[in-house]
Ligand binder design. Structure first.
Ligand code: NAP
Length: 284
C-alpha cells in the first residue's frame, strides 16, 4: 500500500472561505452585511485563543463580528439578557457563546436561549432535532467540517460502513447522524465498547473524536480506509497530535487528515458558512 493522501484542511478551508467572502460581499452590497456575535465569559486561556481566531476569521472574510467579553462575575440572568438583546438585533445573524462557562452559569439554559435561526454553533436542542429528523438547520461546525473533508476525497458514502469513535453531543453524535444522512451504515464506539478494533477493521471511513492519542493505530484499520482525526492532544514532547497514530495509519489508509492542519481549520470555516447561511436566509 502506498502512502495515504494527506487531506489538507487548510487548503480546503481557504477554498471555502473564498466562497464565504464572495457571498459576504454580495450580502453587504445589498445592505445586509452578515454579523456574528461572539460572547466570552471569564478568563479561560484556550477560550481566549479560540474566540480571537473566530473574530479574526470574520474580519478577514467580510463578516461583521461583535465581540462581547465579560468577567466571570457575570450572572446567568445578565448573560441571558445579552442573548435576548442579540436575538432581537437585526444586524446579528449568528450568536456564539464560547464554552466552557463559569460554573454558576448553566450552559444548557444559555444555549437554549439563542433563537434557532441564529444558533450557528448548532448546539441547541432544536438544532439537534432538525439534524436528527433531516430538516434544514445549522449543523455543528466540527462534524460539518469533517463531512466536507470526506467529500473532498471523492468518496461516495452511500452504502459505505463508517465508524465514529466518540459520542459527545457536539462531535460524535452529530457526526454519526451526518454520515447516516449521507447513506452510510454507521457504527458508534465509545468508552464502553469492548473491542473497538473489531468495528474499525470493517470500516471504509473512521472518524476518531475521543481526546486520547493513539486511539487508532495501523492494525485497527482496513487497507484503503479514509481516516478523519478530530482529537487534539499533546505528545510526550508537548507537540500537538490527534487521536490517530498518523505515521502508522497513513501506511494503510487511502486518505487521512493531519493534526494540526486537518479538522481544526475547518471548524471555524463552517462557523462562517453557517453565519453566511443565516444572513442569506435573513435577507430573503
Ligand atoms: P468529549 O466530550 O470528551 O467526548 C469524548 C468521547 O470519547 C466520549 O464519547 C467518550 O465516551 C469517548 N471515549 C473516551 N475514552 C474512550 C476510549 N478509551 N475509547 C473509546 N471512546 C472513548 O470530547 P469531544 O468534545 O467530543 O472532543 C473529542 C476530541 O476532539 C477532543 O480531543 C477535542 O479536543 C477534539 N475536538 C477538536 C475540534 C477541532 O476543531 N479540531 C473540535 C471539537 C473537539 P463516553 O461517552 O463513553 O464517555
Amino acid at each position: 500500500m502506498t502512502q495515504a493522501q494527506r487531506i489538507d484542511g487548510n487548503a480546503l478551508s481557504q477554498q471555502i472561505r473564498a466562497d464565504v467572502a464572495r457571498r459576504a460581499a454580495a450580502l453587504t452590497a445589498r445592505g445586509h452585511q452578515p454579523g456574528l456575535a461572539v460572547i466570552l465569559v471569564g478568563e479561560d486561556p484556550a477560550s481566549q485563543v479560540y474566540v480571537r481566531n473566530k473574530v479574526k476569521a470574520c474580519q478577514d472574510n467580510g463578516l461583521k463580528s461583535v465581540f462581547e467579553k465579560y468577567d466571570s462575575a457575570l450572572t446567568e440572568n445578565e448573560l441571558l439578557a445579552r442573548i435576548n438583546a442579540l436575538n432581537a438585533d437585526p444586524s446579528i445573524h449568528g450568536i456564539l457563546v464560547q464554552m466552557p462557562l463559569p460554573k454558576h452559569i448553566n450552559p444548557h439554559r444559555v444555549i437554549e436561549a439563542i433563537v434557532t435561526h441564529k444558533d450557528v454553533d448548532g448546539y441547541s436542542t432544536l438544532s439537534a432535532g432538525e439534524l436528527m429528523t433531516g430538516l434544514p438547520g445549522f449543523r455543528p461546525c466540527t462534524p460539518y467540517g469533517c463531512m466536507k473533508l470526506i467529500e473532498s476525497t471523492g468518496l461516495d458514502l452511500r452504502g459505505k460502513h463508517a465508524v465514529v469513535i466518540g459520542r459527545s453531543n457536539t462531535v460524535g453524535k452529530p457526526m454519526a447522524l451526518l454520515l447516516l444522512q449521507a447513506n452510510a451504515t454507521v457504527t458508534i464506539c465509545h468508552s464502553a465498547t469492548p473491542d473497538i478494533a473489531h468495528h474499525t477493521r470493517q470500516a471504509d471511513v473512521v472518524v476518531a473524536a475521543v481526546g486520547r492519542r493513539n486511539t487508532l493505530t495501523a492494525d485497527m484499520i482496513k487497507p484503503g480506509a479514509v481516516v478523519i482525526d478530530v482529537g487534539i492532544n499533546r505528545d510526550d514532547e508537548g507537540k500537538l497530535c490527534g487521536d490517530v497514530d498518523y505515521a502508522g495509519v497513513s501506511q494503510v489508509a487511502s486518505a487521512i487528515t493531519p493534526v494540526p492542519g486537518g479538522v481544526g481549520p475547518m471548524t471555524i470555516t463552517m462557523l462562517l458558512v453557517n453565519t453566511i447561511e443565516a444572513a442569506e436566509r435573513g435577507a430573503g
